[in-house]
Design a protein around this ligand. Structure first.
Ligand code: FMN
Length: 179
């Protein structure tokens, strides 16, 4: 089963290799997609991520006339979802490959999950609940509360302890065949 793990420039992306390893241990063949900002964080070590996943790490839309470099996926998990990308996605602005894939994928029958990581000051913006509602209305499994991630007080996050397990368990659940 192929998972597109899509990561924004939010704290846990510093540890995205942990997320990949945990997903692989759960049996996923992981393709990693980064926002352009997140790709900057990993600029000097992208080859490590490509070795780890065995796939190119994508962060930009392909050029017209070029072929897709990733296999088709069984599920997409956007994690960590930054506050900026949440609001862009909620407004239908998909100017990064990282948002283009899930925004279309959810309307093509692919399970799409998103787990946020941002603080309570960012979450206080009125756009945030509107964006979450817009995602849920489209069928995105937005993971917050006890089964996801709730915004932390400013300067009190611990990005190294992002609950990847919860997100991946939800992805497994979303792709489980119904009998
Ligand atoms: C070191 C650093 C850490 C950041 N951490 C977060 C974060 O945890 N959550 C968040 O929503 N934004 C965070 N930001 C801000 C985002 O990187 C910024 O909003 C960016 O535009 C997000 O772009 P993207 O969603 O396309 O990756 C951080 C920025 C920096 C420089």
């Amino acid at each position: 089963m192929i998972l597109y793990l899509i990561a924004c420039a939010a704290g846990p992306t510093e540890y995205i290799d942990d997320g990949v390893r945990i997903a692989q241990a759960k049996g996923w063949d992981v393709c990693l997609i980064l926002t352009p900002s997140a790709a900057r964080w990993w600029e000097s070590r992208l080859d490590e991520l490509e070795d780890l996943t065995g796939h190119p790490v994508r962060s930009r839309y392909k050029l017209p006339g070029t072929r897709d470099s990733l296999p088709k996926c069984d599920a997409m998990l956007v994690a960590p979802l930054s506050c900026t990308s949440l609001n862009k996605w909620g407004a239908g602005i998909t100017d990064t490959l990282a948002l283009g894939l899930p925004s279309e994928g959810v309307h093509m029958g692919i399970p799409v999950l998103a787990m946020p990581y941002f603080n309570q000051a960012q979450a206080a913006q009125p756009a945030v609940p509107r964006s979450i509602a817009a995602l849920r209305q489209q069928g995105v499994l937005y993971l917050d509360g006890e089964t996801g991630y709730e915004p932390h007080p400013p300067r009190h996050g611990d990005a190294s302890r992002f609950p990847w397990e919860r997100a991946l368990d939800a992805a497994a659940q979303a792709t489980r065949p119904t009998t």
